[in-house]
Design a protein around this ligand. Structure first.
Ligand SMILES: [Ca+2]
Length: 410
């Protein structure tokens, strides 16, 4: 990445003032994508061709508003999920099983007790987190975790009430288990978002192994899916496979590998997701109910060991194409759309926390297509795990080695 960053380090604030680049034209509205070289310069893993122009390696864009990333805290331990409370503070999960509240100045609470045990091995742990849309009156919190059952592990959803003194979760109850359980510790998915009707969307994974991978295509399994459930953990009336024999009524979409990003586009109301591909083939998808997103039948990635996946095809009738894909992978974890006013050119852009890519990916979207890409905070050398917009319209991001960042106008 060749961002001409003035890496002025002032205390713990890393200033990322944007500056002009001779290779990039920009008008200041963030939508001029002409002339920017794609941000990815490494060779792809395969010679697979995209289904349409702009599906990968789109033109690079460059934020013109001066912004900075500030390390608010480095005292978290393996943070995984972050969301804003109505009062503006942040609720953060730690993979090992703890929940904390952070102020926007980075002060961390002690771990909040009352969270049932998680299996933190591998990719499991205490994962995605959201609060009830009516949290201000009911103080309910919802989270996703890897549930250690005798027959194996699975992705589960629980809820409980944050006590008045904020020290404990009261009455924690598991409301949904994405069966079947499996004795593995990979590909749990793990994000959660509320829709405008107060229902819950959950992402799962196909548990990684060849043995479970086909279940992403099977409608009698909750693995490799986006699921839509009520606050009580029941399938939502009107879900696409409700009432159909041998199909799970909680399924919303299928054919997913490992979905760690879920967010609603504030401009269109559509649900978007990101998922990890194999070697190459990380994806951004716009989710429509009942549709098949292809894994493992089609993919722009190859197996880690090198061979093609299945028949080695990338497109097939009846299977949805990703809006965008990356090869090599960036490992897209949590995502958020930006609806704040602080940096006008970011409005309705999709921000993706990238683990192996070690940056925040910014995608400019127009008419449901990606029209520009930028890498933010790439000099921080951090695996970004999740990103959320605060009540103050500022972006907050967490990293695997325990940092909490704010990303804001300078
Ligand atoms: Ca796909």
């Amino acid at each position: 990445m060749k961002l001409p960053i003035h890496a002025v380090i002032t205390g713990i604030t890393v200033v990322l003032a944007s500056c002009s680049s001779p290779s990039i034209e920009h008008t200041g509205n963030g939508k001029d994508t002409t002339g920017g070289a794609p941000v990815e310069t490494k060779a792809p893993n395969s010679d697979y061709k995209p289904a349409f122009a702009g599906q990968t390696r789109i033109a690079g864009v460059h934020t013109t508003t001066p912004y900075e990333g500030t390390i608010l805290s480095d005292g978290l331990e393996g943070p995984w999920g972050i969301t804003a409370l109505p009062d503006g503070r942040l609720l953060i999960t730690e993979k090992k099983g703890d929940l904390r509240i952070a102020t926007v100045s980075g002060q961390l609470s002690a771990p909040i007790t009352g969270i049932p045990a998680v299996n933190p091995a591998g990719q499991g742990g205490l994962l995605g987190i959201r609060v009830d849309p009516d949290f201000s009156t009911n103080r309910m919190v919802y989270w996703v975790f890897s549930d250690p059952l005798p027959e194996g592990n699975l992705t589960a959803v629980a809820k409980g009430k944050l006590s008045a003194d904020e020290k404990t979760i009261e009455g924690a109850t598991v409301i949904y288990r994405a069966t079947p359980a499996y004795k593995g510790t990979l590909h749990y998915g793990g994000r959660i978002v509320f829709d405008k009707n107060g229902n819950i969307l959950i992402s799962t994974g196909e548990r990684s192994d060849l043995e479970t991978r086909p279940q992403a295509q099977q409608l009698n399994s909750a693995l490799g899916k986006v699921l839509r459930i009520t606050k009580e953990g029941k399938p939502v009336d009107g879900n696409p496979f409700a009432g159909q024999a041998d199909k799970r009524p909680e399924i919303y979409s299928y054919g997913h590998r490992n979905v760690q990003g879920l967010a609603f586009n504030p401009e269109t109301g559509d649900l978007w997701e990101t998922e990890f591909g194999p070697r190459g083939g990380d994806e951004v998808n716009r989710i429509e109910p009942g549709k098949n997103y292809g894994w493992p039948t089609i993919t722009y990635g190859i197996e880690y060991a090198g061979p093609k996946v299945g028949e080695g095809i990338q497109q097939k009738a009846g299977l949805e194409q990703p809006v965008y894909y990356w090869d090599p992978v960036i490992s897209p974890s949590g995502i958020t759309f930006y609806s704040g006013n602080g940096i006008a050119e970011w409005k309705n852009n999709l921000f993706i926390s990238s683990l192996s890519g070690m940056h925040i990916d910014r995608l400019v979207i127009k008419d449901n297509k990606v029209v520009g890409e930028e890498r933010l905070l790439a000099t921080e050398d951090q695996r970004f795990r999740d990103i959320a917009e605060g009540k103050d319209g500022i972006l907050y991001a967490i990293t695997d080695n325990g940092r909490l960042y704010s990303i804001h106008k300078k």
